[in-house]
Design a protein. Structure first.
Length: 118
């Protein structure tokens, strides 16, 4: 298995694989790459945890909470099916599904501040 290392080189960042440089980036490009890697990793984590997210979302739907844990339509659809047909949820939370609307997962949108003109 190969090893991946990161090294600071004055104002740049070097990525080494098995001791050989595979990328030499300026610091700002390295920060953008790190943000992109984090976003992709979070989406991968969402798929890895899809079963748990769908179960938790089904519970929220069944209790009437109008928030979502995912923006993925496949996971939301599975959660809706579980909220309707899961025997344990129906037994422990009787009275039907209280919430038919599920909003997406809360997100924080980062952007540059708007210039204020005085």
């Amino acid at each position: 298995m190969s090893t991946l290392r990161f090294r600071q080189n004055y104002t740049g960042v070097q990525i080494l694989r098995d001791g050989k440089i595979v990328a030499d980036l300026p610091w700002d490009a390295a920060l953008r790459a790190a943000d992109a890697l984090r976003q992709v990793s979070k989406r991968a984590e969402e798929w890895a945890q899809a079963e748990k997210i769908a179960s938790d979302q089904a519970l929220l739907i069944r209790t009437g909470a109008p928030i979502g844990l995912s923006n993925n339509p496949t996971i939301i659809g599975e959660a809706k099916k579980r909220a309707q047909h899961d025997r344990d949820l129906r037994r422990y939370l009787p009275g039907g599904i209280r919430s038919k609307t599920v909003f997406g997962a809360p997100t924080i949108v980062r952007h540059n501040p708007k210039d204020k003109k005085l």
